[in-house]
Design a binder for this molecule. Sequence first.
Ligand SMILES: Cc1cc2nc3c(=O)[nH]c(=O)nc-3n(C[C@H](O)[C@H](O)[C@H](O)COP(=O)(O)O)c2cc1C
Length: 142
Amino acid sequence: MLVRLLYASRAATPLLSTTIDSILEKSRNNNRGRGITGILCYNDDLFIQVLEGSRDTVCDLYNTIVKDPRHHEVRILHFEEIRERRFGAWIMGQVNISRINSSLLLKYSEKPELNPLNCSGEASLALLYELIATASVVNRTN
Ligand SMILES: Cc1cc2nc3c(=O)[nH]c(=O)nc-3n(C[C@H](O)[C@H](O)[C@H](O)COP(=O)(O)O)c2cc1C
């Protein structure tokens, strides 16, 4: 049985590219064998990540991620049982939100900036669907 979990968090310190690289490398190493797919979006101080996989695997990984000192204020935005994956092409895709067209951000938010902690989970998920539809995610599995 598959689930999809979406959460957002604040970076503990201003994000360095080395921090992002190390999180992504670890994610790609671990997620492949666990059947986890998803994408990690970030800017200078925020993360938003969607995880798909079996319920046990996703919940166990989320419980690990929550304890990671590199971020805090981790908030679940959306959780659902799913029949099929929407992010199955990415072991852990990445999107630097600061490079996203501001009109796309404005479509789903009050201001042209990413603020998932202040907007609905539905709007954040809709933004992620739009990112995959517009080929804004890098690092596919194939
Ligand atoms: C924003 C964020 C996203 C993360 N995403 C993942 C992930 O998708 N998969 C993963 O294994 N670890 C992820 N991590 C790292 C975990 O918190 C943890 O450090 C790692 O899973 C430990 O793996 P290890 O037991 O193999 O050392 C993430 C950390 C942060 C801060």
